[in-house]
Design a protein. Structure first.
Ligand SMILES: Cc1cc2nc3c(=O)[nH]c(=O)nc-3n(C[C@H](O)[C@H](O)[C@H](O)COP(=O)(O)OP(=O)(O)OC[C@H]3O[C@@H](n4cnc5c(N)ncnc54)[C@H](O)[C@@H]3O)c2cc1C
Length: 269
Protein backbone atom coordinates (compact mmCIF):
# COMPACT_ATOMS: atom_id res chain seq x y z
CA UNK A 1 0.00 0.00 0.00
CA UNK A 2 1.33 3.44 -0.93
CA UNK A 3 1.05 6.38 1.43
CA UNK A 4 -0.32 8.57 -1.35
CA UNK A 5 -1.87 7.43 -4.59
CA UNK A 6 -2.25 10.08 -7.28
CA UNK A 7 -4.64 9.75 -10.21
CA UNK A 8 -3.52 11.81 -13.21
CA UNK A 9 0.04 12.59 -14.26
CA UNK A 10 -0.16 16.11 -15.63
CA UNK A 11 1.59 19.07 -13.95
CA UNK A 12 -0.66 18.84 -10.85
CA UNK A 13 -0.10 15.11 -10.34
CA UNK A 14 3.65 15.29 -10.92
CA UNK A 15 3.98 18.24 -8.54
CA UNK A 16 1.95 16.39 -5.90
CA UNK A 17 4.13 13.29 -6.26
CA UNK A 18 7.39 15.23 -5.91
CA UNK A 19 6.15 17.03 -2.79
CA UNK A 20 4.87 13.80 -1.22
CA UNK A 21 8.19 12.10 -1.95
CA UNK A 22 10.19 15.00 -0.52
CA UNK A 23 8.11 14.71 2.66
CA UNK A 24 9.17 11.08 3.01
CA UNK A 25 5.92 9.50 1.80
CA UNK A 26 5.72 6.68 -0.71
CA UNK A 27 3.83 7.89 -3.77
CA UNK A 28 2.65 6.49 -7.07
CA UNK A 29 0.97 8.16 -10.03
CA UNK A 30 -1.63 6.31 -12.07
CA UNK A 31 -1.93 8.00 -15.43
CA UNK A 32 -2.64 7.83 -19.12
CA UNK A 33 0.58 8.40 -21.09
CA UNK A 34 1.46 12.10 -21.05
CA UNK A 35 1.71 12.18 -24.86
CA UNK A 36 -2.11 12.01 -24.87
CA UNK A 37 -2.64 15.08 -22.68
CA UNK A 38 -3.83 18.40 -24.12
CA UNK A 39 -0.73 20.13 -22.77
CA UNK A 40 1.50 17.92 -24.93
CA UNK A 41 0.07 19.68 -28.00
CA UNK A 42 0.79 23.22 -26.74
CA UNK A 43 3.33 24.82 -29.08
CA UNK A 44 4.77 27.37 -26.69
CA UNK A 45 4.29 28.13 -23.00
CA UNK A 46 5.31 31.64 -22.02
CA UNK A 47 3.76 31.99 -18.59
CA UNK A 48 5.50 29.26 -16.64
CA UNK A 49 8.67 30.47 -14.88
CA UNK A 50 11.98 28.87 -15.75
CA UNK A 51 11.13 27.36 -19.12
CA UNK A 52 10.09 30.33 -21.26
CA UNK A 53 9.06 29.36 -24.78
CA UNK A 54 9.17 25.64 -24.10
CA UNK A 55 6.54 23.53 -25.81
CA UNK A 56 4.02 21.58 -23.73
CA UNK A 57 5.81 18.40 -24.79
CA UNK A 58 9.15 19.75 -23.54
CA UNK A 59 7.58 20.81 -20.25
CA UNK A 60 6.10 17.35 -19.67
CA UNK A 61 9.32 15.61 -20.71
CA UNK A 62 11.26 17.75 -18.24
CA UNK A 63 8.80 16.94 -15.46
CA UNK A 64 8.92 13.22 -16.19
CA UNK A 65 12.73 13.23 -16.38
CA UNK A 66 12.63 14.53 -12.80
CA UNK A 67 10.41 11.62 -11.78
CA UNK A 68 12.59 8.93 -13.27
CA UNK A 69 14.98 7.49 -10.72
CA UNK A 70 13.23 9.38 -7.90
CA UNK A 71 11.53 6.30 -6.47
CA UNK A 72 8.11 7.63 -7.44
CA UNK A 73 6.31 4.95 -9.37
CA UNK A 74 4.43 5.87 -12.56
CA UNK A 75 1.78 3.31 -13.42
CA UNK A 76 0.43 3.68 -16.95
CA UNK A 77 -3.27 2.97 -17.27
CA UNK A 78 -6.69 4.48 -16.78
CA UNK A 79 -8.03 4.59 -13.23
CA UNK A 80 -11.57 3.29 -13.52
CA UNK A 81 -12.87 3.69 -10.00
CA UNK A 82 -11.77 4.39 -6.45
CA UNK A 83 -13.39 3.12 -3.29
CA UNK A 84 -12.78 3.45 0.42
CA UNK A 85 -11.22 0.42 2.15
CA UNK A 86 -10.35 -0.03 5.83
CA UNK A 87 -6.91 1.63 5.64
CA UNK A 88 -7.48 4.07 2.80
CA UNK A 89 -8.57 3.70 -0.81
CA UNK A 90 -8.39 1.07 -3.53
CA UNK A 91 -8.17 2.20 -7.14
CA UNK A 92 -8.91 -0.14 -10.03
CA UNK A 93 -6.69 0.10 -13.09
CA UNK A 94 -7.73 -2.40 -15.73
CA UNK A 95 -7.93 -5.69 -13.86
CA UNK A 96 -5.53 -4.58 -11.11
CA UNK A 97 -6.13 -2.81 -7.83
CA UNK A 98 -3.73 -0.40 -6.19
CA UNK A 99 -4.17 0.99 -2.73
CA UNK A 100 -3.15 4.15 -0.94
CA UNK A 101 -3.73 5.59 2.51
CA UNK A 102 -4.63 8.94 0.94
CA UNK A 103 -5.73 9.83 -2.55
CA UNK A 104 -5.01 12.86 -4.74
CA UNK A 105 -7.14 13.35 -7.82
CA UNK A 106 -5.44 15.38 -10.54
CA UNK A 107 -7.23 14.22 -13.67
CA UNK A 108 -7.39 17.51 -15.56
CA UNK A 109 -10.55 18.53 -17.37
CA UNK A 110 -12.89 15.61 -17.68
CA UNK A 111 -16.24 15.37 -19.31
CA UNK A 112 -18.53 15.41 -16.30
CA UNK A 113 -21.83 14.99 -18.15
CA UNK A 114 -22.83 11.34 -18.15
CA UNK A 115 -25.30 9.82 -20.60
CA UNK A 116 -28.81 9.33 -19.21
CA UNK A 117 -28.87 5.92 -17.50
CA UNK A 118 -25.06 5.69 -17.27
CA UNK A 119 -24.72 6.25 -13.52
CA UNK A 120 -27.87 4.27 -12.77
CA UNK A 121 -26.65 1.15 -14.58
CA UNK A 122 -22.95 1.37 -13.74
CA UNK A 123 -22.03 -2.18 -12.65
CA UNK A 124 -25.43 -3.44 -13.83
CA UNK A 125 -24.68 -3.51 -17.52
CA UNK A 126 -22.64 -0.34 -17.94
CA UNK A 127 -18.89 -0.84 -17.90
CA UNK A 128 -15.86 1.35 -18.55
CA UNK A 129 -13.43 -1.50 -19.22
CA UNK A 130 -13.71 -4.16 -21.96
CA UNK A 131 -10.76 -6.18 -20.65
CA UNK A 132 -12.17 -6.29 -17.12
CA UNK A 133 -15.82 -7.06 -17.81
CA UNK A 134 -15.88 -8.42 -21.37
CA UNK A 135 -16.12 -12.08 -20.35
CA UNK A 136 -19.41 -11.37 -18.56
CA UNK A 137 -20.94 -10.69 -21.98
CA UNK A 138 -19.57 -13.63 -23.95
CA UNK A 139 -22.14 -14.72 -26.58
CA UNK A 140 -24.31 -11.72 -25.67
CA UNK A 141 -25.02 -8.41 -27.35
CA UNK A 142 -23.18 -5.31 -26.26
CA UNK A 143 -22.87 -1.75 -27.47
CA UNK A 144 -19.57 0.07 -27.42
CA UNK A 145 -19.64 3.89 -27.27
CA UNK A 146 -16.14 4.56 -28.51
CA UNK A 147 -14.82 7.94 -27.34
CA UNK A 148 -11.15 7.10 -26.75
CA UNK A 149 -8.31 6.23 -29.13
CA UNK A 150 -8.28 2.60 -27.94
CA UNK A 151 -12.03 2.06 -28.34
CA UNK A 152 -11.86 0.26 -31.67
CA UNK A 153 -9.26 -2.20 -30.42
CA UNK A 154 -11.30 -2.76 -27.25
CA UNK A 155 -14.37 -3.47 -29.41
CA UNK A 156 -12.26 -5.90 -31.45
CA UNK A 157 -11.23 -7.61 -28.22
CA UNK A 158 -14.91 -8.02 -27.26
CA UNK A 159 -15.63 -9.57 -30.67
CA UNK A 160 -12.68 -11.93 -30.25
CA UNK A 161 -14.12 -13.35 -27.03
CA UNK A 162 -17.53 -13.91 -28.61
CA UNK A 163 -19.51 -10.74 -27.87
CA UNK A 164 -21.89 -9.42 -30.52
CA UNK A 165 -20.77 -5.84 -30.77
CA UNK A 166 -22.68 -2.80 -31.99
CA UNK A 167 -20.01 -0.13 -32.30
CA UNK A 168 -20.73 3.59 -32.07
CA UNK A 169 -17.79 5.72 -33.11
CA UNK A 170 -17.93 9.51 -32.89
CA UNK A 171 -19.59 9.81 -36.32
CA UNK A 172 -22.32 7.22 -35.96
CA UNK A 173 -24.44 8.80 -33.24
CA UNK A 174 -24.31 11.82 -30.94
CA UNK A 175 -27.02 11.24 -28.31
CA UNK A 176 -27.26 8.15 -26.14
CA UNK A 177 -29.64 6.88 -23.49
CA UNK A 178 -29.15 3.62 -21.59
CA UNK A 179 -32.36 1.85 -20.63
CA UNK A 180 -33.39 -1.28 -18.78
CA UNK A 181 -35.01 -2.83 -15.74
CA UNK A 182 -32.75 -4.35 -13.06
CA UNK A 183 -29.98 -4.46 -15.65
CA UNK A 184 -29.36 -2.88 -19.05
CA UNK A 185 -31.75 -3.96 -21.79
CA UNK A 186 -31.21 -1.43 -24.55
CA UNK A 187 -29.36 1.58 -25.84
CA UNK A 188 -31.06 4.41 -27.66
CA UNK A 189 -28.57 6.01 -30.06
CA UNK A 190 -30.00 9.19 -31.55
CA UNK A 191 -33.50 7.94 -32.34
CA UNK A 192 -32.89 4.22 -32.80
CA UNK A 193 -33.20 1.66 -30.00
CA UNK A 194 -30.79 -1.31 -29.95
CA UNK A 195 -31.46 -4.32 -27.75
CA UNK A 196 -28.24 -5.03 -25.79
CA UNK A 197 -27.20 -6.68 -22.52
CA UNK A 198 -24.33 -4.35 -21.83
CA UNK A 199 -22.96 -0.94 -22.78
CA UNK A 200 -19.24 -0.19 -22.71
CA UNK A 201 -18.65 3.55 -22.46
CA UNK A 202 -15.01 4.00 -23.42
CA UNK A 203 -13.79 7.52 -22.69
CA UNK A 204 -10.22 8.67 -22.28
CA UNK A 205 -11.06 9.79 -18.78
CA UNK A 206 -13.65 8.95 -16.16
CA UNK A 207 -15.99 11.64 -14.86
CA UNK A 208 -15.12 12.48 -11.22
CA UNK A 209 -18.62 11.54 -10.06
CA UNK A 210 -18.16 8.06 -11.54
CA UNK A 211 -14.59 7.76 -10.23
CA UNK A 212 -15.43 8.04 -6.55
CA UNK A 213 -18.81 8.04 -4.93
CA UNK A 214 -19.51 10.90 -2.52
CA UNK A 215 -17.24 13.33 -4.33
CA UNK A 216 -19.10 16.62 -4.44
CA UNK A 217 -18.91 18.67 -7.62
CA UNK A 218 -19.51 22.31 -8.35
CA UNK A 219 -20.10 23.45 -11.91
CA UNK A 220 -18.63 20.19 -13.26
CA UNK A 221 -15.44 20.52 -11.19
CA UNK A 222 -14.43 18.67 -8.03
CA UNK A 223 -15.31 20.77 -5.01
CA UNK A 224 -12.14 21.31 -2.96
CA UNK A 225 -11.12 23.93 -0.39
CA UNK A 226 -7.95 26.04 -0.58
CA UNK A 227 -5.97 23.15 0.91
CA UNK A 228 -7.22 20.72 -1.73
CA UNK A 229 -9.48 18.80 0.68
CA UNK A 230 -12.54 17.37 -1.08
CA UNK A 231 -15.87 16.27 0.39
CA UNK A 232 -14.41 12.80 1.04
CA UNK A 233 -12.01 12.53 4.00
CA UNK A 234 -8.52 11.52 2.89
CA UNK A 235 -9.17 12.56 -0.71
CA UNK A 236 -7.55 15.69 -2.12
CA UNK A 237 -7.77 17.26 -5.57
CA UNK A 238 -5.65 19.63 -7.65
CA UNK A 239 -5.32 21.23 -11.06
CA UNK A 240 -7.82 21.75 -13.84
CA UNK A 241 -10.23 19.22 -12.30
CA UNK A 242 -10.98 21.66 -9.45
CA UNK A 243 -11.75 24.63 -11.67
CA UNK A 244 -10.62 27.60 -13.71
CA UNK A 245 -8.30 29.22 -14.66
CA UNK A 246 -6.77 26.26 -16.48
CA UNK A 247 -3.08 27.08 -16.16
CA UNK A 248 0.08 25.09 -15.59
CA UNK A 249 1.39 27.30 -12.78
CA UNK A 250 -1.87 26.99 -10.87
CA UNK A 251 -1.95 23.21 -11.37
CA UNK A 252 1.61 22.85 -10.08
CA UNK A 253 0.83 25.01 -7.03
CA UNK A 254 -2.33 23.12 -6.22
CA UNK A 255 -0.56 19.76 -6.62
CA UNK A 256 1.97 20.93 -4.05
CA UNK A 257 -0.75 22.09 -1.64
CA UNK A 258 -2.81 18.91 -2.03
CA UNK A 259 0.26 16.79 -1.27
CA UNK A 260 1.12 18.84 1.83
CA UNK A 261 -2.47 18.42 3.02
CA UNK A 262 -2.35 14.68 2.36
CA UNK A 263 0.93 14.40 4.33
CA UNK A 264 -0.62 16.31 7.25
CA UNK A 265 -3.67 14.06 7.12
CA UNK A 266 -1.46 10.95 7.26
CA UNK A 267 0.78 12.34 10.02
CA UNK A 268 -2.24 13.03 12.22
CA UNK A 269 -3.02 9.32 11.92
C1 LIG B 1 -3.37 23.35 -26.44
C2 LIG B 1 -3.21 23.83 -25.02
C3 LIG B 1 -2.37 24.90 -24.75
C4 LIG B 1 -2.21 25.34 -23.43
N1 LIG B 1 -1.37 26.38 -23.21
C5 LIG B 1 -1.15 26.78 -21.94
C6 LIG B 1 -0.23 27.84 -21.67
O1 LIG B 1 0.38 28.44 -22.58
N2 LIG B 1 -0.04 28.20 -20.37
C7 LIG B 1 -0.69 27.58 -19.33
O2 LIG B 1 -0.44 27.93 -18.17
N3 LIG B 1 -1.57 26.58 -19.56
C8 LIG B 1 -1.82 26.18 -20.83
N4 LIG B 1 -2.72 25.17 -21.07
C9 LIG B 1 -3.47 24.60 -19.93
C10 LIG B 1 -2.63 23.55 -19.18
O3 LIG B 1 -2.27 22.54 -20.10
C11 LIG B 1 -3.43 22.94 -18.03
O4 LIG B 1 -3.90 23.95 -17.17
C12 LIG B 1 -2.58 21.95 -17.22
O5 LIG B 1 -2.06 20.95 -18.05
C13 LIG B 1 -3.42 21.33 -16.12
O6 LIG B 1 -2.68 20.35 -15.46
P1 LIG B 1 -3.41 19.13 -14.72
O7 LIG B 1 -2.32 18.32 -14.12
O8 LIG B 1 -4.47 19.65 -13.83
O9 LIG B 1 -4.18 18.33 -15.85
P2 LIG B 1 -3.66 17.64 -17.18
O10 LIG B 1 -2.44 18.31 -17.70
O11 LIG B 1 -4.85 17.58 -18.06
O12 LIG B 1 -3.23 16.19 -16.73
C14 LIG B 1 -4.16 15.23 -16.31
C15 LIG B 1 -3.65 13.86 -16.77
O13 LIG B 1 -4.42 12.85 -16.12
C16 LIG B 1 -4.81 11.88 -17.08
N5 LIG B 1 -6.04 11.23 -16.62
C17 LIG B 1 -7.29 11.74 -16.59
N6 LIG B 1 -8.16 10.84 -16.08
C18 LIG B 1 -7.43 9.74 -15.82
C19 LIG B 1 -7.78 8.47 -15.30
N7 LIG B 1 -9.05 8.16 -14.96
N8 LIG B 1 -6.80 7.55 -15.16
C20 LIG B 1 -5.52 7.84 -15.50
N9 LIG B 1 -5.13 9.04 -16.02
C21 LIG B 1 -6.09 9.97 -16.15
C22 LIG B 1 -5.01 12.68 -18.35
O14 LIG B 1 -5.00 11.85 -19.50
C23 LIG B 1 -3.81 13.63 -18.26
O15 LIG B 1 -2.65 13.02 -18.81
C24 LIG B 1 -2.89 24.71 -22.37
C25 LIG B 1 -3.73 23.63 -22.64
C26 LIG B 1 -3.90 23.19 -23.94
C27 LIG B 1 -4.80 22.02 -24.22
Amino acid sequence: MYDILIIGGGPAGVSAALTAHNRGKSAAIITNPYEGSGLYKAKEINNYPGLRGASGAKLLETMYAELSGSGIEVIHGRALSAMPISEGFAVSVGQDYLSGKALIIAVGITQSALFPGEAEYLGRGVSYCATCDGMLYRNRSVAVIGLSDESESEAEFLRSIGCKVEYFGRERAKRFKICGGDTVQSLIADDTEYSVDGVFVLRKTIAPSALLSGLELSDGHILANDMGQTSVEGVFAAGDCVGRPYQVARAVGQGNTAALSACEYLDKG
